[in-house]
Structure formats: C-alpha cells, structure tokens
Design a protein around this ligand. Structure first.
Ligand SMILES: Nc1nc2c(c(=O)[nH]1)N[C@H]1C(S)=C(S)[C@@H](COP(=O)(O)OP(=O)(O)OC[C@H]3O[C@@H](n4cnc5c(=O)[nH]c(N)nc54)[C@H](O)[C@@H]3O)O[C@H]1N2
Ligand SMILES: Nc1nc2c(c(=O)[nH]1)N[C@H]1C(S)=C(S)[C@@H](COP(=O)(O)OP(=O)(O)OC[C@H]3O[C@@H](n4cnc5c(=O)[nH]c(N)nc54)[C@H](O)[C@@H]3O)O[C@H]1N2
Ligand SMILES: [Mo]
Length: 852
C-alpha cells in the first residue's frame, strides 16, 4: 500500500479499525498518493484522506460497476496487460445469457432450488483448450460480454442508486485511471463494509475486475487489500476453523460428491490439468500422512475415509437453527461471543438454551456464558433460569501474551509471538487445552473396537513437551511445514511445497505454509529491524507461499519479461541467466521464458505458458469473467439487500440476489422491501460498525476500565434531519426497532451522517456500533446491535448481511419486560411481515415455526 499512487478505501474504516496498518496509507499519502474513502458515514478515516464520498450502504456494486464501465468506454483500461494476463480475449460458450437478457438472472437458474446450473458459463473450448480472440472483437469474448454487462452502470445510475453526485464519481474514476498503467499503480483496501452483504463475494469480485482492467494486480502498490479482523483471521482460513475447508484451501469432502479419494482428486484438480492445483494429490496425501502417520498407506487411500463428509452447510447460522430445533446436544464456544457478536443474537441465545451442555473458553465471563442468568430474554421473561437445562462450563483461556505461537496477518505473513508470562490460575492456551482434550479422548477410546474410533486411535498425537509439560508450539509449526519421511533427507524439514510427494514419502500439515520452517529455522520469528535492506523487507516474518510478498508478481513485468516501467519494476526476466529475478521471490516457474508455449499434453507447472501470470488459475489468466467457482454468477451484478426501501433500478424484476440464503422463521422475519406493502413501517437503513476503543463483541474491551471509560455507552449516529424527523435529541435516547428486536441507544446527532437522495426519494441511514451486550460482569454493558440484525446469507461463504438492514426509530427508551416483545410484534403486524413474505426462491432450512 505504501507504494500506491492512489488508495481507495471502501467498505472499511481503516484508520479506525486498522490504525497500525494505516501507517502505510499515510506513507503513500506523504509521497503524494491520492487517498479516497467511500463510506456511508464520515469517519476517522474520512477525516485524514483527500476526499470522502458518501454512499448508500449496499450499493457498492453499482459504483464499482460504474467505474468498470467508465474505464471501458473512456478507453482507460491497460490494454496490453488485459490482453496478455486476463481472460478478456477468451470466448464464452454460445449458450451463455447475461442478466440483461434474462431480467436480472444469468442463464441456468433453477427457480425450484434457487441455484444455478453453471454449465452455460463455461469457456468455448476447441481441441487446444479455450478459444481466444486477442483482438477482443468477437462478440463472445469476455471483453465484449463485460462491455455489454456494465453498459447500464452509468454515472446517472450511480447517482440514482448510490446517492453519489456525477462530479464525485468523475473525481474517483479519474483518480483511479490517472494512477494506473505502466508508470503508476492504485490499490483498494476493504473490510466488512464489502463482505457482510448477501452478495459480499461479488462486491470484491467487482473490484477484482476493475483492478485487472487497470493492470493493478501482481504489481507493487496494486491489489485489493482485505483488511482482516481478528489477529490471525487469515490463519483461520489457511488452517481453517471453517466447516468447508481443509488446510491450504483444499475443500472438505462432501457426502455423495467426493465419496472416494479418486472422486475427491478429480474434483479438486483442474480439468485443464494446468497450474499448481494439478498437485492436489501431493498436498492431500502429505496432509493425511501428517494426521495419520504410518496408518495412512496407499492401500487405504491414505486414510481418506477418516475425514468427515459434509452433508450440507454447517456454519454457525445453520447450526443455531439445528439447536433451536433440538438437534444439537453440545457446543464449544472458543474465542467468540455469539450472544453479542453474531447476527440475530437473540436466536443464538435461544439456540444455546436448547443445548444439553455448553463449553465457553474465554478470557472473561462473556455474555455467551451468562445469558442463562442475565440475558435480555431473562429480563423480558421469555426464558426462566430455573427452566433452562443447559449445563454451562466456563474454562479460562490464556491470552496472546501468555502463550507462544504464530499469527498470520492479512498480508499472508506469519509472525511468531513469544510467551511473555505464564497464564494465571487454571487458564490454558488453546494448544494445551486441545492437546490435553485429545489425550483424554484417546485414552477413553483406546480399547474401543468401534470402527468410528479408529481415526482417533490412529492419529499422530505425539508432540514433544517442555519442562512444564506443555506442548512445544514450534513442533506444531514444524509439522505444518512438513518433512521428508524417507530418502537421504529423511526427517529433515521440507524447503518448498514443490517437494511434496503423493507416494507417502512426505508430510505437511498445510502445503501453503511449507518453507516457513525450512532448514529447521522458524522463519516466522525473523525480526530484523525494518525487515533488512531489501525492497520487500524480506527479513521480517515469512509470507506464504514460499515467502512471496506479492502474489502473481510475474504480471509486474510485460509480456517480454521487462518491467512495465522503471518506477514500478519488481520481478523481471534475466535473459542471460535464463531466470526470473527481481525484488521478490518470483511467483512463477523460475526458468519459464516469457512467451514460451507449453508442449502439447504438458500438465501442472509444465503446462504454464510464459505469459500465464495467474499460475493458480486453470487457464493461467486473471478472471474478469468467472466460468466457475461462484454459485451466484460469473459476473458481479447489483441486487438490493435482503431488506431495502430502495427498488433495484437495474433489474426491476429481481430486487434481491436470487441465490441469497435466508432462514424463514418467525424469530428471523425480514422487513418488507421497496414495492412490498408495509415497507414504510421500517423506513430507515441501518448499518453496523466498530470503534477504535472497543473490539467486536466486547470481550476484550468492555472488561477494560480504560477503554470502557472512553466509549461507555451504546449509541446511534443520526443526521440532524433524521433527528428532527423522529424527534430525537443529542445525548437523549432512541429505540431502534427491526422485525427481530427493539434496542435502545443514546443518540448522537451529527452532520457526519447525511441523508441521501436515492431514486428521487430521501434515504436516511442510522449508524450502530455493535460492541455492547447485556451482562453484569463487564465494566460497561448495553443493548446489542446484533439483536436487530436478521440472518440473510451470502451463498458462497455464508456470511451474514450485517451491514444493511431496515429499521424504525422512535424517541425514548425501550419498554421493559413483556412489553418489549409486544412492541416488536406490533411493528411486525403493521408491516405484514410473515414467514411467507420472507421466503425468496428457497430457504436454507425448511421453513419452521417457533412458539412465540
Ligand atoms: N479497534 C478495533 N479494531 C478492529 C476491530 C474492532 O472491533 N475494534 N475489529 C477487527 C475485525 S474482527 C474486523 S473484521 C475489522 C473490520 O474492519 P472494518 O470493516 O473497517 O470495520 P467496520 O467498523 O465494521 O467498518 C465498516 C465500515 O464500512 C462502512 N460500511 C457499512 N456498510 C457499507 C457499504 O455497504 N458500503 C461501504 N462502502 N461501506 C459500508 C461503515 O460505515 C464502516 O465505516 O476490524 C478489525 N479491527
Ligand atoms: N452487526 C455486526 N455483527 C458483526 C460484525 C459487524 O460488523 N456488524 N462483524 C463480524 C465480525 S467481522 C467478527 S470477526 C465477529 C466477531 O464476533 P465474535 O468473535 O463473536 O466476538 P469477539 O468479541 O471478537 O470474541 C472473541 C472472544 O475471544 C476471546 N479471546 C481472545 N483471545 C482468546 C484466546 O486466545 N483464546 C480464547 N479461547 N478466547 C480468546 C475474547 O475475550 C472474546 O470474548 O463479529 C461479527 N459480527
Ligand atoms: Mo472480523
């Protein structure tokens, strides 16, 4: 980011939520970069950038689509880059139909299931693979499809749907165009303002399309920075706590789809057999060998059958529905506070009240551990402590300074943390807790003859312990890195994932991390001041894969292998040496000459052509159009949020994303949208966000008296106009009502919130921080914004739409006791909100009723 000439911060509040990383933006700005913040609110980020542009929450695809259209129609895209490195020239199947042809749907939509059959989105192939027209003129090229698709995303449409004046749009478009191309680069930074939408993945895709068109991928100062959340949230997807992934982005096997190891590999390997996913077998076998050691053999498919099989989505929201229906006995809550932090927090608490047992491991006695005695449902009388059968176990957890281990931050960098002090009392690190739990479970099943226990009996669980009896975290890192099992280097750590084998002679717990422990050195612990003398500061930490600081960096050179410009040189071809060289570890087969054409029949790395900069893609190209991989469409397109008072001007027949997932239940009703009767009952748009002084659900900040003093109370941000409309007074109280709940908050009247004119009508937005919850153990408590938020999910990754919702606002505090639910029900009745009004094309669980 420090190398960018233009930084667009959109869908995040970087100075507030990532103040340390923001130093790089500040550096870029000090060097003359233009910095722009696009946010519904004027924030602490807006205050220190060149320009703030106010946008209506949930309309980002219109703005980004408008920028794409601008670059295409004003000939401001980076032509040579686009032709060489993206799929712009690739032809798409003749059967493909765009949203403009089908009133807002792509071809292949099945109304009954609410899902797409993606077969018409495929490339047009001949015997040599995808057909390309490098002139970009053929009507079926991705380039021409893109042009047609975004033609209606005009500055007028942006003004109409986002509330952004044409002059502001022009400013943004020019800033980006002027700061892209051979000599210059621009980057985006985003976080939850983009992700937490029913089309969150597609918002980021729109930015990817734009950045590829501008040639801002794989180059210094380019890219799209996902400004991630918790300290190791990147680590949590690399070595996942997610239900649908195995380490290193290998998918979790699914029942009926991946029944045999051969099925699994066939699904993971690209049909083209090109690029590094061709080695899925090497990665998976090495993983299974790490987990099951000698028990994993070629004969038993390396214990592939010991892996669980998914029978459907098993994310937190689906699991809570299962709890509510009495299908879940026990639950572990670890490093999470869903009674406050998850959408429809009331549903989370009610779900927990149906469990037999609950384990909470946390630093503090958070609301997820105390809802049974002092949650909002106790106050309202909906739950009675003595009637709740859930047995709650609280286990104290060691904090980050009380344990050692690696954290992976947003730039894919692993950094080691050393232990500063021992955990107090009974507090344990996660590593010790789970190791201990594993040992105890293994003891219990040691003599079992039940085949179901074999994976437990046979797993490798032999970590060395230190003098206190604790597991050595470096031993875990070494296992993740992997080692040779046989041959002259048996027992030695692997240097690179390219050494992984599918014959059982290597192990690696996460293939993308291989190399972090090369030579037996913990490279994540490298801390040379300023990262040493190199351009990439390469002696600080270790970045996956293979310590590459910028992915796809072959694109930083032109098709001939020369830097695009001296100013932006990074990785280039050294013709004399016959190798790629430069400031970073080349993200390319190191001796593959520019322009070289693979031998017919070549597979894997050998099939990568000299200009196939995107080595993980099955065609080696950056994807403007995604022929596979996304369930909600090959091109991003705008739909309104699940709840929106605004009609979708782009697709009047398709208000919301057709593939979004909802949970149609009386405890998760949605507000009516534009065009529905009752839309005026919840007339305002709310959005939720963070403050520097607090952290997420508050477990790490509301227990600190210093931070609590700085931000003591839950509040709502409203414009002076909205305050006048609702009779709100600054520092007074407001009650905010959604179809799920009503909460109270202190009122902050500020002209940082601006009413927007959308489709010719005024739209008011209400800002709500989500850090407070009800419980007596914290220093400060308050109503939780998440009680208001409904669960509507993005269909690829199941993230909740917590950045937009509809609400009503009235002056004064909310009612107490049973009157609270009466108020909520009264609004529901007036709006006519029922399960039936809520079901889109399908619901992610069968619609069920719940006693009120
Ligand atoms: N001090 C502190 N730092 C944190 C955290 C914390 O709680 N406290 N949390 C950490 C975590 S877990 C995360 S994930 C990150 C999150 O980092 P951010 O995503 O930057 O944090 P939010 O405050 O949720 O910011 C979202 C911003 O997006 C805006 N926004 C809302 N809806 C939209 C929209 O539709 N479009 C656009 N363009 N903008 C929108 C909001 O007004 C808000 O300013 O922060 C991390 N850092
Ligand atoms: N409305 C709305 N809802 C949101 C969001 C939003 O923007 N708006 N943002 C979403 C996002 S991005 C996130 S990340 C979530 C966060 O939501 P949660 O993860 O539910 O909330 P946190 O408060 O971050 O919970 C982390 C807990 O871990 C504990 N902890 C810290 N270190 C350790 C440790 O080493 N071990 C253990 N066992 N515990 C530890 C802390 O004390 C804390 O209680 O909220 C999501 N919910
Ligand atoms: Mo997060």
């Amino acid at each position: 980011m420090a190398n960018a000439d233009c930084v667009v911060l959109m869908g995040g509040n970087m100075a507030e939520a990532h103040p340390v990383g923001f130093q790089w933006v500040a550096e870029a700005k000090a060097r003359g970069a233009r910095v722009i913040h696009v946010d519904p609110r004027f924030t602490r980020t807006s205050a220190v950038v060149d320009k703030h542009i106010a946008i209506r929450a949930g309309s980002d695809i219109v703005l980004l689509g408008g920028l794409i259209n601008y670059m295409l129609t004003h000939d401001r895209y980076f032509h040579e880059y686009v032709v060489a490195y993206t799929n712009a020239a690739t032809l798409v199947n003749d059967d493909y139909r765009d949203t403009d042809d089908l009133d807002g749907l792509f071809s292949g939509f099945d109304d009954a299931t609410g899902t797409y059959d993606q077969s018409t989105w495929k490339y047009l192939d001949d015997e040599n693979g995808p057909v390309r027209d490098e002139t970009l003129q053929h009507p079926q090229t991705v380039f021409q499809i893109l042009k047609r698709h975004y033609a209606r995303y005009t500055p007028e449409m942006v003004a109409q749907m986002c509330g952004i004046a044409e002059a502001e749009f022009e400013y943004l478009a020019r800033a980006l165009a002027d700061n892209s191309g051979p000599e210059r680069t621009g980057c985006f930074g985003y976080a939850t303002g983009w992700t937490q939408h029913t089309m969150g993945g597609q918002v980021i895709r729109t930015a990817s399309v734009l950045q590829l068109l501008l040639g801002n991928v794989g180059r210094p100062g380019g890219g799209i920075m996902a400004l991630r959340g918790h300290a190791s949230i990147q680590g949590c997807t690399d070595i996942p706590t997610l239900f649908d992934l195995l380490p290193g982005y290998l998918p979790m096997p699914a029942a009926g789809k991946h029944d045999t190891f051969a099925d699994y590999l066939a699904a993971v390997r690209p049909a083209s057999r090109k690029g590094y996913w061709e080695y899925a077998e090497e990665y998976t076998v090495s993983l299974l060998k790490a987990w099951w050691g000698d028990a994993a053999t070629a004969e038993n498919d390396w214990c592939y059958d010991y892996l669980p099989r998914l029978t459907g989505p098993a994310g937190t929201y689906q699991t809570v529905v299962e709890m509510l229906e009495g299908n879940v006995d026990g639950y572990f809550i670890v490093g999470q506070n869903p009674a406050v932090g998850s959408a429809n927090a009331r549903q989370q608490r009610m779900g927990m009240s149906k469990l037999k047992w609950l384990v909470v491991r946390d630093l503090n006695m958070i609301e997820s551990a105390t809802w049974w005695k002092e949650g909002p449902e106790i106050e309202s009388g909906e739950l009675k402590t003595e009637e709740i059968a859930t047995e709650v176990f609280f286990m104290p957890a060691a904090t980050h300074v009380e344990k050692a281990g690696s954290f992976t931050q947003t730039q894919r960098m692993l950094q080691w943390r050393h232990q500063a002090v021992n955990p107090p009392g009974d507090a344990q690190s996660e590593l010790d807790f789970y190791h201990d739990l594993g040992c105890r479970i293994r003891e219990r099943v040691a003599d079992s003859t039940d085949p179901r226990d074999k994976p437990l009996q046979e797993m490798t669980w032999d970590y060395p312990r230190n003098e206190h009896g604790d597991v050595d975290p470096e031993a875990v890192l070494a296992e993740i890195n992997g080692r040779f099992l046989t041959g002259p280097r048996a027992g030695e750590p692997l240097d690179s994932y390219t050494q992984l084998k599918s014959d059982g002679s290597t192990i690696a717990g996460c293939w993308i991390y291989t190399g972090v422990y090369a030579g037996g050195v913990n490279k994540s612990a490298r801390r040379v001041p300023h990262g040493g003398d190199t351009v990439t500061q390469s002696e600080w930490g270790w970045v996956w894969p293979s310590d590459r600081r910028i992915l796809y960096n072959r694109a930083s050179a032109d098709p001939d292998g020369k830097p695009w410009s001296d100013r932006k040189k990074y990785v280039w071809w050294d013709a004399e040496a016959g190798r790629w060289t430069g400031d970073d570890v080349p993200d390319f087969p190191v001796d593959r000459a520019p322009g070289s054409i693979p031998e017919p029949g070549a597979v894997g790395a050998d099939a990568i052509g000299g200009n196939d900069a995107f080595i993980m893609k099955p065609d080696g190209k950056g994807w403007l159009f995604a022929p596979s991989g996304l369930v909600d469409g090959p091109l991003p397109t705008h739909y309104e949020a699940q709840e929106s008072p605004v009609a979708n001007a782009l697709y009047p027949d398709q208000q919301q994303s057709p593939t979004r997932l909802t949970i149609a239940r009386t405890d998760n009703l949605g507000a009516p949208s534009a065009g529905d009767p009752g839309v005026g009952v919840y007339p305002y748009v709310f959005t939720t966000y963070r403050l520097t002084e607090h952290h997420t659900a508050g477990g790490m900040s509301r227990w600190s008296p210093y931070l609590s003093e700085l931000q003591p109370e839950m509040f709502c941000e409203v414009s002076p106009e909205l305050a006048a409309e609702c009779g709100l007074e600054n520092e007074g109280w407001a009650t905010i009502i959604s179809p799920r709940a009503a909460i109270e908050a202190r009122v902050l009247v500020t002209d940082r919130m601006k009413p927007l004119t959308i489709n010719g009508a005024t739209v008011h937005q209400v800002g709500l921080p989500y850090h407070w919850g009800q419980g007596s153990d914290a220093v400060v408590s308050g109503d939780a914004a998440n009680d208001l938020v409904g669960v509507a999910m993005e269909p690829n990754v199941f993230i909740q739409e917590s950045k937009v919702g509809s609400c009503a606002v009235i002056a004064g505090r909310r009612p107490r006791g049973a009157a609270l639910n009466e108020l909520v029900l009264d609004y529901q009745r007036r709006a006519g909100a029922t399960i039936e009004t809520d079901i889109p094309h399908r619901a992610s669980g069968a619609p069920t009723d719940q006693e009120e």
